[in-house]
Ligand binder design. Sequence first.
Ligand SMILES: [Zn+2]
Length: 403
Amino acid sequence: MILGGTLMLPGRGSAVRLARGTVEVKGSKIVAVCETDEWGTLDLGGEGCLICPGFIDTHLHLPQFDSIGIDGLELLEWLDRVIFPAEVRWEDPDYAGAMTERVLDQLAAFGTTSFAAYATVHHEATKRSLEVIAGRGLRAMVGQVLMDRHAPAELVRPARQLITEAAALVPSGRVEVAVTPRFAVSCTPELLAACGDLAQKTGWAVQTHLAETRPECRLIDELFDGTAYTAVYEQAGLLGPRSLLAHGIWLSEHERSLLAKTQSIIAHCPTANLFLEAGSHDRALLRQSGVRVSLGSDVAGGPDRSMVRVGRAMIETAKNRGAPPPLPAEAWWQITQGNAEILGWKEVGSLYAGTEADLLVIRPTAGWTDSPDPLGALLYGWDDRWLVKTLVDGQVVYAAAAE
Ligand SMILES: [Zn+2]
């Protein structure tokens, strides 16, 4: 299969660049990428089309996709009143499987082909969800949410049971398992330490939340006798190059250097921070401190499923802080190659021969090819209806209605 048009290719540093050319796909792999005006016969794309790697979301919650937009609540109250009741429904594995199918349909229609996700505390539901994702051929990491306190009784389990269940999850296809303690508020020190041991033993990635809101940080201070939030995770052995900590807004200088030293990743979720009024994330300061920063939608804390809008919100958050904002070329890089590299997924996120064929065919209806800044025109003029095809592992998994 040959796709052609304007290609989004790796640029210098943290940026992408555009060039006219073709992408040849055989089976599940990209076998050739050519920069050329000579297209010949194309199977997909054409004049005015953008061929782009699939978007990568480094933080989302699968059971929360029906809970988008319930506004006016602070994080801890929002969890109690909106999110925990939604997650209780995953007690039924059939419901969880069907909801995962619906979520994957939505993600394909928004161009997201890989992601790091939380399921719920339910073991059977998590297994079912993982099977559904693997069955669709997606590259992802998924974890059973681990909580042994500070949540409704239906969502709390003894630490030992949770660790046994989490350890019994099996990676499948392109899907990895992630050790996923929700956050230190809902985990005892014993559970956190057991999570650290499990991550060490299995080599699995770790997902959790860190310092999203001030009330959350005050609660951590009470629960852990004044130990700094980041140090709580360090003491449990939960920091490292495959530790993905969402938010990281309210951090001290010492905590930033701890994150840098351990090469831990902060998943910046700008749309969620705005929606829940959590605070303003300082991406520039974290990066200057040597912290690795990815980008995530955090649905349903974040109301936007489109990583393009999350990329734009990353720029807007920096502008609101008065910090030098990332340029559109960096936003496009972050939601593709940047997020892939940070998760260790060299097989996706950029158009190279030998990588997995997770691709988007985009047909913008607004002028962009003649713009002095085509990447800016695409980012700020973005319309999800421009996405005409989503390919995963070389297969079309979404086609716009008119196609
Ligand atoms: Zn989250």
